[in-house]
Structures are given as structure tokens and as C-alpha cells.
Ligand binder design. Structure first.
Ligand SMILES: [Zn+2]
Length: 364
């Protein structure tokens, strides 16, 4: 008789144990089962070294993650003249690599950010230095956990130093500051691991199709980019300059990471998922109505001002004109200003202040 684990029961066990991987030993059907995104079941073979071929799998935890390794006797010559392909563990699939990072982040202690490096980061970014001391302490702990979960990659030979990673982490975590428990707050960013840092602006090739069906190619200069369930890309030059741009209220890290918040409810549209009871509302629908009641007129008005400036020579608005390209960009650009130059933003957009405060300052 053959029986297998019930997937629902397996998921319930994992949830009860707060675990992401279930190891199932000594079976006849070794495999890796992805039960749900980030949740896997590793099934090892039974042990019978006398069998042909012998069976004896073990699970090995390496820097690359969990690997099922067959303990069968080594077969083959000890040297080869050309192109030796030694049998070994298969490269870790993406889902397993992600799982490994989650697992490591769960079990390993979170190293604190050194006081020296942290103070240097605060000095580089006046809007961080201006935070009350208890908020700075919270931000430091959040940033440490963020660094523990995320992987930085330098593009075009750029080396991402600890100081650079801390700069990015602190600004990325700023929107999460008032959302209670650090691990729960960072759950907003749990759909990706990688942060790609370019030395300067990145150039992306884009294709668009016009109404006649003709495809046009153009290039787009990017300071940063957030991909749905994918990595975040940042231009280091702009991250580093952010400390000097607080007057203008711009900040590339905040911009890309609030896109990530917006994307938690699907394609970015300028409205992130709203917490229950948002602004005293009773239903999700009422919460969204309250959101858009503030954002729609603010966006329409801002677009109007940008058009007047660009076409008719009116004085340009203070907020970055890029915000007039789409509601999602307006939300991201507004959040940049809200976090780095709150006083000026409050003057420019008084109607958005209570909405952003309700979203960012209300514990979930
Ligand atoms: Zn954007």
C-alpha cells in the first residue's frame, strides 16, 4: 500500500512549527516538492547500499543551501584528459536559493550595525539625523534585519561596501518605521531578495507599440527600478546624492521601495494595500474611497501645474515633475518628499498629509 503526505496537513505542520522546510527521510520517492512559494518538502531516499544502484541520500546544508546528495560509491576514473564533468550536486534551483536565504535569516543571529557606521550614515542623510533618538534606534534595528535578509549585487564592477549597504537599508526601511515589530514590518519586502546597485544611471532598452502596431525602440535612463516580485535596482550616484537633495524632496531609495509597497496589491497604481480601519473606515472599499478622495484631486492639480510649466512657462512646481507621468509615480514622488522634507511637503500638499500619516504612522 502506498500513502503520501496530505499537502494541507504538511502546510499546517509547517505553520505550526514556524518552519519553511519539511524534511522527509527514508522513502522510495526522493524529490523536492515546492508546497507553496518559499515552502518546500525535501524527500530523501531510503538507504540500501547493496541495491544496484545503491541508494543512500543525505541532506547537506552548505553555503549554497540545502542539497540532496547521493552517497553512492564513486564511479569513474581519477583523472581525465579533457573536459571532466564530475558528478556532483545539481546547481541549486532559484526557489531553493531563496528558501536558503529565508532559512538562514530565521536561524542565524542578526548582526547589529556598528555604531560608527550607523553614525556615518546618519550624518550623510539629514532627514535620518533629524529623527528622534528612539526612531533612530528602531531604524537601526530594522536596517540590520533588512541587511540580514537582502543580498546586494554591484553592477559593472561596483563593490557594494558595508557603508553603502547600510545607507540603502536605512532609507529603504524609513517607510516601515512605525509599523511595529521589525520582522513583521519587513514582511512588506519579502517578495524579493536582490538589490542591484549600478555605479550611475542605468540605460534600459524599451519597446512600445503605437496605434498602427509599429514597434518603436527607445532607451530610458533609470535612476532606479522596482520590479514586481523582483529585485530593486538603484543608481549609487543618486543614492549617495540623496543627502544633498532634501531641499528638493527627492530620494531614489524611498521612491523605489514605496513602489514595492504599492506593488503588494498588484501592478502599481498609486494605492498600496490599506490596513483595516484606515482613517476610521469600516470596509476596504471605504478605505480606498478615502484614499482616492485625497489623491485624485491632488494628482490632477499637480499634472495641470506641470503642463502649465512645461508648455506655457508657468513656474515649475516644487515636487519632481516625474510624478505627473502616472498615479503610481505621483505616489512614489510624493512619498520621497514626505519622508525627506516633511515641512515643505506639508505646505505643498496639505490634503495628502493626513492620508500619508494614517498610512505610515499608524501601527498596523
Ligand atoms: Zn517610479
Amino acid at each position: 500500500m502506498y500513502a503520501d503526505l496530505d499537502p494541507a496537513a504538511t502546510l499546517a505542520w509547517l505553520a505550526a512549527a514556524h518552519a519553511t522546510v519539511l524534511v522527509h527521510g527514508h522513502t522510495h520517492r526522493p524529490a523536492q516538492h515546492v508546497l507553496a512559494p518559499g515552502l518546500t518538502r525535501e524527500v530523501l531516499s531510503d538507504w540500501d547500499l547493496a541495491a544496484r544502484p545503491p541508494r543512500a541520500e543525505v541532506l547537506r546544508l552548505t553555503a549554497r543551501g540545502l542539497e540532496r546528495v547521493a552517497m553512492a560509491p564513486h564511479v569513474g576514473s581519477s583523472h581525465c584528459s579533457q573536459g571532466c564533468a564530475r558528478a556532483g550536486p545539481a546547481p541549486m534551483p532559484h526557489v531553493l536559493r531563496k528558501l536558503w536565504h529565508q532559512l538562514r535569516a530565521t536561524v542565524a543571529p542578526v548582526p547589529a550595525i556598528s555604531a560608527t557606521l550607523w553614525l556615518e550614515t546618519l550624518q550623510r542623510y539629514p532627514f535620518l539625523a533629524a529623527l528622534p533618538l528612539h526612531d533612530q534606534a528602531k531604524l537601526r534595528a530594522l536596517s540590520a534585519l533588512f541587511l540580514h535578509h537582502k543580498q546586494f549585487h554591484g553592477a559593472h564592477g561596483l563593490t557594494v561596501t558595508d557603508a553603502m549597504a547600510i545607507d540603502i537599508a536605512a532609507q529603504a526601511c524609513l517607510p516601515l518605521l512605525h509599523w511595529g515589530d521589525a520582522a513583521a514590518a519587513l514582511g512588506w519586502y519579502d517578495d524579493f531578495v536582490g538589490i542591484v546597485v549600478h555605479p550611475g544611471e542605468a540605460v534600459a532598452r524599451r519597446q512600445t507599440m503605437d496605434e498602427a502596431g509599429v514597434v518603436h525602440e527607445h532607451t530610458e535612463v533609470l535612476l532606479g527600478e522596482a520590479m514586481e516580485r523582483g529585485p530593486v535596482m538603484l543608481s549609487w550616484q543618486h543614492v549617495a546624492n540623496a543627502g544633498h537633495n532634501t531641499e528638493r524632496g527627492t530620494n531614489v531609495v524611498v521612491h523605489e521601495f514605496v513602489h514595492k509597497l504599492d506593488m503588494r496589491s498588484g501592478a502599481p497604481n498609486g494605492c498600496p494595500p490599506l490596513p483595516a480601519g484606515f482613517m476610521g473606515t469600516r470596509t476596504a472599499r471605504a478605505a480606498h474611497e478615502a484614499w482616492w478622495a485625497a489623491w485624485e484631486p491632488a494628482y490632477a492639480n499637480f499634472r495641470e501645474r506641470v503642463i502649465m510649466a512645461q508648455r506655457f512657462g508657468a513656474p515649475p512646481p516644487w515636487l519632481d515633475a516625474y510624478g505627473a507621468t502616472a498615479p503610481a509615480e505621483f505616489f512614489a514622488v510624493a512619498c520621497e518628499a514626505y519622508f525627506v522634507n516633511r515641512a515643505q511637503f506639508a505646505q505643498e500638499f496639505p490634503a495628502l498629509m493626513p492620508v500619508l500619516d494614517a498610512f505610515f504612522r499608524q501601527a498596523p
